[in-house]
Design a protein around this ligand. Structure first.
Ligand SMILES: [Zn+2]
Length: 310
């Protein structure tokens, strides 16, 4: 299957239960709702937050450049208004986490790297948050333009191979496993397999230094649940949530930028003062919310099957 729309595949998981494969609805339900830290969320509101206005249609937030900026130390934001791409700059070349949509590679990622004063051709490695097209569709084009190595966790390889924009084979140059490290120019990233949303869900962690202090930076993988939670998926979440809570974290980052309040934090940088991306209190917001959501969905499922059996 040639999947050109990452939005389709991300939405597909959320809507299979209601619509069946091949008739995916574009909008998940507006229930159940959970309230975490004074904010109420539903599956629909989370997807709306993740995608923003206009989603991936021309002019939509997912495909519109956001001002590129430094996050902390050698970590930079080079993504769209709602879809993250991160650049990690080292003396021996740079690492890109998430190429995004293929059509955004030149217009957003390459442009942002250049605007920050770096060279796109210095990208030596491409890492992925998870094996869905909105985050990884551009891998082949980035490789074509930079000769970077595409590195993927073993569990994500089948999903990544199905992402073939224009029929191009998805490049995978190195397969890694849970707990493996990737090092370039003195920066080491650790891969943590966190399944639930995607088979290859990978949270990357690294240390960044700024102002003489060292910070734990966490590139959280998406943990947004599908519309129907199977026992196998629940087993994955029961592994993923405690793992997310155990990671040392000062700077929480997410594959969909508004999950860490990127736009609001960016507005604070411009006012000066402490680095707003240092936000240890924000590290577990997404985990707490999606943990509650998974259990609220399970409760709905149980009620529905109880009613059906009565
Ligand atoms: Zn996804």
């Amino acid at each position: 299957m040639n999947i050109r729309s990452g939005q389709f595949i991300c939405l597909m998981a959320a809507s299979i239960a209601a619509a069946g494969i091949g008739q995916a609805q574009n909008v998940p339900p507006d229930h159940p709702s959970v309230t975490v830290n004074g904010k109420t969320y539903t599956p629909r509101s989370v997807l709306d937050r993740n995608q923003g206005k206009g989603t991936d249609t021309p002019g939509g937030d997912m495909v519109t450049q956001f001002p590129p900026h430094k996050i902390i130390g050698n970590v930079y934001y080079v993504g769209s208004k709602t879809l993250s791409s991160f650049l990690i700059v080292t003396p021996e070349g740079d690492i890109l986490i998430d190429s995004g949509y293929e059509r955004s590679v030149r217009s957003i990622v390459e442009k942002s790297v250049g605007e920050l004063g770096f060279k796109f051709s210095d990208i030596k490695m491409v890492l992925n948050n998870h094996d869905h097209g909105d985050h990884a569709e551009g891998d082949a084009l980035v490789k074509e333009l930079t000769a970077a190595k595409v590195i993927e966790i073993a569990e994500g390889v089948p999903g990544l191979k199905r992402i073939m924009p224009g029929g191009k084979e998805h490049p995978i140059d190195q397969v890694i496993h849970d707990g493996d490290t990737v090092t370039l120019g003195g920066t080491t990233l650790v891969a943590h397999l966190m399944q639930g949303h995607a088979a290859g869900g990978t949270t990357w962690t690294m240390k960044a230094t700024e102002g003489g202090k060292t910070y734990d930076v966490v590139f959280f993988t998406s943990i947004r649940p599908p519309g129907k939670i199977s026992p196998a998926t629940l087993t994955q979440y029961n592994h993923t949530f405690p793992l997310a809570r155990a990671l040392p974290c000062d700077v929480p980052l997410e594959d969909h930028a508004q999950a860490y309040g990127m736009q609001e934090k960016y507005a604070k940088i411009r006012k000066g003062g402490a680095n707003p991306f240092v936000d240890p209190m924000g590290c577990l917001l997404e985990t707490d919310m999606e943990d509650s959501m998974v259990h609220a969905i399970l409760q709905e499922q149980e009620q529905a099957s109880h009613q059906a059996s009565n």
